[in-house]
Design a binder for this molecule. Structure first.
Ligand SMILES: [Zn+2]
Length: 117
């Protein structure tokens, strides 16, 4: 059998140099996702995963999964795996069929991840 990966929508932001250059009182920058730790000395980010601490460097992407979990992705992999979707894209729940505009990424009814139509 052949399979195709489901078109799941994720939130992502690219790690920027300025994340490490801000004076202490400006932390955390609003664009830095929750639970991403900044190491201004080594200029890298850290997230805790089930497999241990993962390191993200400048230009890597921070991806927020459907359960709020964070992980990093190298820019070349990110570019070949993801493409931007517009803010008002229509998403559909694979379980109840409910369709909604891309405000949330999970179905209010069944907590399933919504898929791109
Ligand atoms: Zn649903």
């Amino acid at each position: 059998m052949k399979f195709r990966k489901k078109p799941v929508v994720i939130e992502a932001v690219q790690i920027k140099e300025k994340w490490f250059n801000c004076p202490d009182e400006e932390y955390p920058l609003a664009e830095i996702p929750l639970n991403v730790l900044i190491d201004p000395i080594q200029k890298h980010c850290e997230v805790k995963t089930l497999e241990g601490v993962m390191i993200g460097n400048i230009d890597d992407w921070v991806i927020t999964g459907i359960k709020g979990e964070k992980y990093f992705c190298k820019p070349d992999i990110f570019q070949s795996t993801y493409e931007p979707v517009s803010k008002d894209v229509l998403l559909e729940c694979p379980d109840c069929g409910k369709r909604e505009v891309n405000n949330s990424l999970i179905c209010d009814n069944c907590k399933s991840e919504l898929l791109l139509l």
